[in-house]
Design a protein around this ligand. Sequence first.
Ligand SMILES: [Cu+2]
Length: 552
Amino acid sequence: MIILEKHSVLLVILSFLVICKSQGNFHYYDFVLKEKNFTKLCSTKSILTVNDSFPGPTIRVQKGDTAFVTVHNQGRYGVTIHWHGVREPRDPWSDGPENITQCPIPPGTSFTQKVAFTLEEGTLWWHAHSSWTRATVHGAIVILPANGTSYPFRKPCGQKILIIGEWHKGDVMQIINAARATGGEPNASDAYTINGQPGDFYNCSKETTRRFLVDYGKTYLFRIINAAMNEEHFFGVANHNLIVVGVDGSYTKPLNTNFIMITPGQTMDVLVSANQPKGLYYIAASPFYDGINMYDNFPTTAILEYSENCTKLPSSIPMPVLPAVNDSETVFNFTKSMRGLASQDHPANVPLNVTRKIYMTVSMNELPCQNPNGSCLGPNGTRLASSLNNISFQIPQIDILQAYYWNISGVFRDTGSTTLIPSTGTRVLMFDYNEVVELVWQGTSVLTAENHAMHLHGFSFFVVGVGTGNFNNVTDPKSYNLIDPPEVNTIGLPKNGWLAMRFVADNPGVWYMHCHLERHTSWGMDTVLIVRDGVTMQTSMIPPPKYMPPCS
Ligand SMILES: [Cu+2]
């Protein structure tokens, strides 16, 4: 992993501007995007990487710091990078989603993004945000407590980063392009991975299974990231308890459990105490999926290895016992059991006086085939689709941020249709600065029903309520948790259930909202929130940097 220090006149000027307002340190990273060969599951293929590594390099900062990342695209096609869960106050220009806040960085060019860490503390991650490139282009972001502060729990003896991923034998861009051409399901992945390795139960993988070394009697902080493309995951460590202490860069009340469910896009900080007889124990992630089509249902494993253990044969390593692949009820109870820390040092500033209520259906749909080459592979010859409020989102040709900032008409509309077959369009939701928003996502069974991993850029939000069935706007708000709800950027919306969240629209800019199951976002389960400027400079978007990647 090579991370080069970089200083340029521009960065020094930028640093000076930021230094006036922040006490944090500055970090400079070069991310070189290029193809590299990797061999897994007995076959070799070229994948897009950052600095030749999969997963990519870790960004390590303290709360209050700022990182400047210069992305050098030495790949074959345009790509963008997103800092998942970083609010980027007033600065959507650095957020990254392709054709939402910027156009792709063309091959042979570079683009510097400013990543400002303000309120976040814990674990987040970065990933490519162009079509399906994030499958191999992602890495961890570790945000340590600021100087003079500490963890709200006993300092762990060590820290481990654990990234759950998916490996496709084919080229991921070809897989999604083929699915788009036929209107059918994209090919499922061929393996799940932990830190890039499938683990003992996959072909040609035993030699490279990841090992996490621990000393007996010590407690470790595992920073767990689900970077998988399409699958939510159960995760556990055989014979060891997990204590969840943080989610999405925000602390939680300690939650004792023997498994977690983590959706793509989520990060969880988990304490694991090495308090079992010295030996080897499997760490495993296996999918949670409660829809109708079956995906790859096979666990990826790593090994928790005690130092000075009396080596056991691999066949005798215990496996964690995880819930059944479609156990919606257990997942619902897990989501409901999460509590924000809500302490004096880490208060939960839950918005109470809501000024804007939004009810949003989240649906799987179909669209007419309209394929010149014949019928489509979706249900009854149609094209698979998905939608928010019956609108299947269309990614525009030029980015929405530019269209909004420069008043270019015809790119998006702010505000149809039957339910099964949604309208298509580039629709956004407009907010005035500081509106207090309550948004209720409602899962439906229009075509099929399943859990969805709903994600919002530019904000963290409080999960104030979650329930099964249809939301009742009279009775359900009575059950809201306004005291210590978890503060997250991604959350699993239960199958056919509802989830209520709140945030203050105090971050002017253009912010993407979408399901983090990649096939759903590809099919249109997306929208954009535009928060208008306030009346002062400090409540307005900063101007664009001198250079943004061109939209041609
Ligand atoms: Cu979804």
